[in-house]
Design a protein around this ligand. Structure first.
Ligand code: SF4
Length: 356
């Protein structure tokens, strides 16, 4: 069997930042309970690992004691949640991904200008719930073209659409085309709201999956961008399985599989991908090639709320910048240590690194 590893895969800049926020809090507040509103990122292993270190995940601000530390997850929260936290005098640390905050800011700006906003996304996803909360009277959610006839539009000349950051590019294109057909004057966001990480992981699957017999996506079932990767693969004609980790693999899936693509959603830790490869190499004698479709250089600094808390505790935030290290080098070292033959195939268009 040949394993093709998609690059990019796994953690994005927003997930690195959100996880780092909780890591830093555990370090600087060793004697205080850290509460996180909603899963910090949508990954079962990430959440369980933090739970094992004492972090408490809550789905309601009521569950957080007055005056405690609460972290808002990478998906963002609505202003109503911020107000609830303020009313309880919580030390709120905002780990919302800046690319989600950008969509919130667009919603606020268009609502102030008197626009109606059509938010393309999944109605119950945490990110959509948070964005919707910025201007509930001005916004309606559109999940598919079937929702369009039910929209209540006051002035088709004052309409804009925004999107959830983690949509499938294919699905979003279908919905946006239908919106443009129904409302030709609809405005679009200045820059696509679908983030660079979602775009790049989908591009990689679209580029590599057609040459494969099966695609394995490491990620959790509630991770929007992980689910989208399986859908993209299936749209390309290649069957795909979404798994939390290698323990969920079934040997029957690999009968007749000569080329396997392995990728991971933006919230899935890389060590889970390593475990998977180790097991596949053990069971099938697989050889491994990483196919680089593009390189990412996006990084986010610590959120302002965390820096403020650090300063209030006489900790200099400038010493605590997130340092990710050379991931390419770390990967080579891992393969060398495990004596697994490995090579990189560079499929990038020289110098092109998609960014938000
Ligand atoms: S998937 Fe995109 S929007 Fe979500 S945390 Fe990552 S970079 Fe931010």
């Amino acid at each position: 069997m040949k394993i093709l590893l998609a690059n990019p895969r796994g953690f994005c800049a927003g997930v690195y930042m959100a996880i780092d926020v909780v890591d830093q809090l555990l370090e600087i507040c060793p004697n205080e309970k850290i509460y996180v509103f909603h899963e910090i990122v949508h990954n079962r292993h990430v959440v369980q690992r933090f739970q094992q270190r004492g972090v408490v995940f809550v789905e309601s601000i009521d569950e957080v004691p007055n005056g405690a530390i609460v972290v808002f997850s990478a998906h963002g929260v609505s202003p109503a949640i911020r107000l609830e936290a303020k009313a309880k005098n919580l030390a709120a640390i905002d780990a919302t991904c800046p690319l989600v905050t950008k969509v919130h800011a667009e919603a606020i700006r268009y609502a102030r200008k008197g626009f109606q906003i059509l938010l393309v996304g999944h109605r119950h996803h945490q990110e959509v719930v948070g964005t919707l909360g910025e201007a509930p009277a001005a916004m309606q959610v559109v999940e598919s073209p079937a929702d369009i006839p039910n929209l209540v539009i006051h002035d088709a000349e004052k309409l804009v659409y925004l999107t959830q950051t983690t949509l499938s590019l294919d699905d979003a294109t279908i919905v946006i085309k239908a919106l443009k057909a129904a409302f030709p004057a609809i405005k679009e966001p200045p820059v696509s709201d679908i983030c660079y990480a979602t775009t790049n992981r989908q591009l990689a699957v679209r580029a590599i999956a057609p040459q494969c017999d099966l695609v394995l996506v490491v990620g959790s079932a509630n991770s929007s961008n992980s689910v989208r990767l399986t859908e993209i693969s299936i749209n390309c004609g290649t069957p795909a399985r979404l798994i939390d980790d290698c323990s969920e693999m079934d040997p029957a899936w690999f009968v007749g599989v000569e080329t396997l693509l392995v990728t991971a959603g933006a919230s899935a830790p890389e060590d889970l991908v390593h475990d998977l490869i180790e097991q596949l190499v053990r069971d099938f004698g697989a050889e491994v090639e990483q196919h680089d479709v593009c390189h990412e250089e996006v990084e986010f600094g610590l959120p302002g709320t965390l820096k403020t808390m650090m300063r209030s505790r006489n900790i200099d935030p400038s010493d605590r910048r997130i340092v990710r290290g050379d991931e390419g080098e770390q990967l080579r070292e891992w393969f060398a240590k495990h004596e697994i033959p490995f090579r990189i195939v560079d499929l990038t268009v020289a110098g092109v690194t998609p960014k938000n």
